[in-house]
Design a protein around this ligand. Structure first.
Ligand SMILES: [Zn+2]
Length: 128
């Protein structure tokens, strides 16, 4: 079964929401010409600025989740400006870098890019 990109995006948006940030509007737009890719657009609710999100349909679910989380993260940082440039915040280095989305085994996780230590499963970031 082809994975549903909106479901993957929504999982990442749980973390956006639990951090108290504004979620984008998601629209399914098959903009990626790669036949192996599934794609959508996420739009700012402030204006019509959109960003494409795309992931290959034939890679493991954990890799898809990590890839989508990485793309949504880019949007969140762009959208929320300098005050949230470290989203999601690294518990060990809150002023240095955001967490990085990674696939670890069967899970997509947010991990400290320096310590390579997972902080939370993507979609289950503890609320602030
Ligand atoms: Zn860190």
């Amino acid at each position: 079964m082809e994975p549903n990109i909106v479901e993957i995006i929504n999982r990442v948006l749980r973390d956006v929401n639990s951090s108290g940030l504004t979620e984008p509007r998601v629209e399914v737009v098959d903009w990626d010409e790669d036949p192996q890719a599934i794609s959508a657009m996420i739009y700012s609710t402030r204006d019509s600025t959109g960003q494409g999100v795309s992931v290959r349909a034939n890679i493991p679910g954990a890799d898809q989740l990590a890839s989508v989380a990485d793309q949504v993260q880019e949007w969140v940082i762009e959208e929320n400006g300098p005050t949230n440039s470290n989203w999601p915040q690294c518990p060990w280095h809150p002023n240095n870098h955001p967490l990085a989305a990674q696939a670890v085994g069967d899970h997509g996780v947010w991990a400290c890019p320096v310590l390579l230590t997972p902080v939370a499963v993507i979609g289950e970031l503890p609320a602030k």
